[in-house]
Ligand binder design. Structure first.
Ligand code: RNT
Ligand code: ZN
Length: 415
């Protein structure tokens, strides 16, 4: 008997069909963020990263051209199992030689090379307007700015991104999740908390009013509790963003698990939101003490989030995207470890006797519930994971690092 056959039997005895789990996971798209490859830089500016987010580290070999970034993504795709969507930011527009369009003037043609890339890989695309790292961010504000010129510029950017999103959806035949996040906020105690939010609300309303087919473009709003330099107040707070989504048809709330007070957990918020929304969206990250965006690991909260999605029957209702950026280690390894960790968490959730555990809860057998939950942790998931990787044509944990080292020697070290 192969290792997998043994594992399959152990799981079957526990009432779990690993074949079904593997098949289900193969069909769940997870959005792979292009920005891990170049420290959230993009191709439309040479300025610093702003917006209260920060990459730390200076590991050599970072991608600086579209060709390099695509080559690096090829590697990540080859080294990770599972279905992917490509997650792009507007600052990753690709211009012809001598051509430039500012953010408010971006057009579908500036992303044609990405469409070609996604089609080659059979991937859908998700999109993000880039409301940071740009001189029109004035005093840290964009869509909530009191300066009408500034606000107008960014509204036009948002509208352009709706049009580009629709183009992606039509080209790939797969709906596009378009996420609106800004770093708007204040370092110190504001004198007016409502004004910026009223302007923010009006701006997002204008953006989502840009004509689009709601079946093709799904706008999201992402909340945040604080950022570097915006410690005292963020305009797009949790309540603001959630309520915006709740009161605007077709707008989806996006929760990033680095964007809450440290003792809050997104795993608990997933079922709460699924009680109200048809669809929700996630940014999956690893906040270490703050929104540090470390690479996602196979840790407890990651597992818990995946469990909630699976238990709620949410695999088709939760738009999952990774969002982290570590510049202190090999970026491709960071990308792969994060993607693989989220796949492991989903596989574990699919290989958990959820129905049985729920029955124990509903019949108040809490003593046994604790015992069975602990028992489930020791099931031989690693053997099912190896089988899943193999079936997806991806290396196992044991083998994938060798490929990273080889790519670093042959490609990254020569940049
Ligand atoms: C920042 C937000 C946001 C960004 C990306 C690059 O705190 O999480 O989603 O990380 O848009
Ligand atoms: Zn995010």
């Amino acid at each position: 008997m192969s290792n997998y056959e043994i594992a399959k039997k152990i799981y079957a005895d526990a009432g779990i069909d690993t074949e079904k789990a593997i098949e289900a996971l193969m069909n769940v798209p997870v959005s792979l963020h292009c920005w891990q490859g170049d420290d959230v830089t993009g191709f439309d500016h040479d300025g610093p990263l702003t917006g209260g987010i920060q990459t730390t580290g200076n590991y050599p070999g970072k991608a600086t051209t579209p060709e390099q970034l695509m080559a690096d993504m090829d590697k990540v795709i080859a080294l990770t199992p599972g279905k992917k969507k490509l997650n792009l930011h507007a600052c990753y527009a690709i211009f012809e030689k001598g051509e430039f369009a500012d953010r408010d003037k971006l057009e579908p043609k500036h992303f044609a090379k990405w469409v070609e890339y996604a089609k080659k890989k059979n991937m859908g695309i998700d999109f993000n307007p880039t409301f940071f790292s740009h001189p029109m961010v004035k005093d840290g504000l964009t869509l909530s700015s009191p300066d009408e010129n500034v606000r107008r510029f960014w509204i036009e950017h948002g509208k352009a991104c709706i049009r580009i999103s629709e183009y992606f959806a039509k080209e790939t035949g797969i709906p596009v999740v378009m996420n609106i996040w800004t770093g708007d906020g204040f370092k110190d105690i504001p004198a007016d908390r409502k004004g910026p939010r009223d302007r923010y609300k009006d701006s997002i309303e204008q953006i989502v009013a840009e004509p689009h087919d709601p079946k093709l473009v799904k706008p999201c709003v992402e909340s945040k509790v604080f950022g570097i330099g915006v410690e005292s107040y963020t305009v797009g707070s949790a309540e603001f963003s959630l309520l915006f989504a709740a009161t605007h048809d077709g707008v989806i709330p996006l929760m990033d698990n680095g964007h809450y007070h440290p003792t809050e957990v997104v795993s608990d918020k997933i079922p709460a939101l699924l009680s109200y929304f048809d669809e929700i969206a996630l940014h999956i990250t690893r906040p270490v003490r703050w929104d540090s965006d470390h690479a996602v690991l196979f840790d407890d909260e990651t597992k818990e989030m995946a469990k909630e999605i699976v238990r709620c029957g949410g695999l088709s209702r939760v738009n999952m995207a990774l969002d982290y950026f570590d510049a202190s280690i090999n970026r491709i390894s960071s990308w792969c470890v994060g993607f693989r960790s989220w796949q492991k968490a989903l596989l574990m959730a699919l290989c958990t006797p959820n129905e049985k555990l729920k029955e124990l809860q509903d019949s108040s057998k809490f003593t046994e519930l604790m015992v069975r939950q602990e028992e489930a942790k020791m099931l031989p998931l690693g053997l099912v994971w190896d089988e899943y990787c193999e079936r997806c044509g991806a290396p196992t944990d044991k083998d994938f690092f060798g490929e990273i080292v080889k790519y670093e020697e042959e490609v990254l070290s020569k940049r």
